[in-house]
Design a protein around this ligand. Structure first.
Ligand SMILES: Nc1nc2c(c(=O)[nH]1)N(C=O)[C@@H](CNc1ccc(C(=O)N[C@@H](CCC(=O)O)C(=O)O)cc1)CN2
Ligand SMILES: Nc1ncnc2c1ncn2[C@@H]1O[C@H](COP(=O)(O)OP(=O)(O)OP(=O)(O)O)[C@@H](O)[C@H]1O
Length: 279
């Protein structure tokens, strides 16, 4: 991964696509009351799966159970999102983006990784955030002011995704899934800079491709090896996507969130988020 220009003190934030990525919140977290989409499934695995106590067959059965639960939850959340009232959706899109724009951690961040929302997939809108970031660009290697934006580009079907730097919305073209993403080279034929990353806490579930988990794990390891500050992993979430704790089944490969932004406000989860967000 090319990481030119990333320094350990630079403030980085990653905004995660939360189309059907419900998150569980520890009960100790203040702020908004989590909405329970459904009752917890009868089979709720522990958060840290202790594979060491399982033999190979038990491990396989356990993982199959977890993936089955994830599929069922994805289907339920997808349906709830499709049925969501369009006025409520638009109200929540605005509230979530305002909450991000008003946050000191967003304002002070210098490198942001954000998904390009796809309304057909009912993802929380990011258009206002993207415009704000692109209107206030960092110039050259100056990381003291302005922001750099990195957006996802799927590289192959083996869950590989990169986060590439763009400086203008016109840098994006629709891919085979009808999601906008950047070409690997810019209009001058130069390779785009890539980079980004995260930390531990809130559970999440994605679309099942493993793209985010693979990417985040790799970046976390890189940041650790280079002694960089771990970036904040922040999920944008409609109210109905926020689950009670332990509802989401996880495997050891699932990367946890630092914080959620719901229409009602910012919900810090990890210690890193509590420190950086200082509510
Ligand atoms: N805006 C956005 N960009 C993103 C992602 C994302 O979830 N949202 N990704 C995150 O991985 C990566 C692309 N992966 C994707 C994986 C599945 C689908 C998708 O359309 N899934 C359908 C179900 C398809 C099926 O029937 O299996 C869906 O979720 O409804 C889209 C993107 C990178 N870019
Ligand atoms: N029964 C299974 N055993 C082992 N691996 C599986 C099984 N079912 C699915 N997988 C794989 O696990 C990977 C990650 O799935 P997971 O549910 O963690 O994705 P996700 O967190 O929803 O995706 P993303 O990280 O893109 O948001 C996928 O590549 C999937 O193919």
């Amino acid at each position: 991964m090319r990481t030119a220009g990333l320094t350990r003190k630079v403030k980085q934030v990653v905004l995660v696509a939360l189309m059907n990525q419900p998150c569980s919140i520890p009960r100790t977290v203040p702020a908004t009351k989590p909405l329970l989409l459904s009752r917890p499934p009868s089979y709720a695995p522990p958060s840290a799966v202790t594979f060491t106590t399982m033999n190979k067959n038990e491990e396989k059965d356990h993982l199959d159970g977890v993936f089955k639960q994830k599929r069922a939850l994805r289907t339920r959340v997808r349906k709830a999102l499709k049925a969501m009232d369009s006025e409520l959706r638009s109200h929540e899109d605005n509230a979530i983006q305002s909450n991000v724009l008003e946050s000191p951690w967003f304002q002070s961040s210098r490198r942001l990784c954000a998904y390009i929302s796809c309304s057909a997939l009912r993802e929380v809108d990011t258009s206002k955030l993207l415009s704000e970031i692109l209107q206030n660009p960092a110039t050259g290697d100056n990381t003291q002011s302005g922001k750099r934006l990195y957006v996802p580009r799927v590289e192959d079907k083996n869950s590989h995704m990169r986060m590439l730097n763009i400086s203008c919305i016109d840098d994006l073209v629709a891919n085979s899934m009808n999601i906008l993403e950047p070409a690997p080279v810019d209009s001058f034929g130069n390779e785009r800079e890539d980079g980004l990353a995260f930390d531990k806490s809130g559970r999440r579930i994605g679309r099942g491709g493993g793209y985010y988990d693979t990417f985040l794990k790799k970046y976390q390891e890189l940041a650790k090896a280079r002694d960089w500050t771990q970036p904040l992993l922040v999920a944008l979430s409609y109210s109905l996507q926020i689950m009670d704790e332990e509802v989401i089944a996880v495997t050891p490969n699932d990367v946890s969130l630092d914080a959620l932004v719901s229409p009602a406000g910012v919900i810090p989860i990890s210690q890193a988020a509590l420190e950086r967000m200082k509510l």
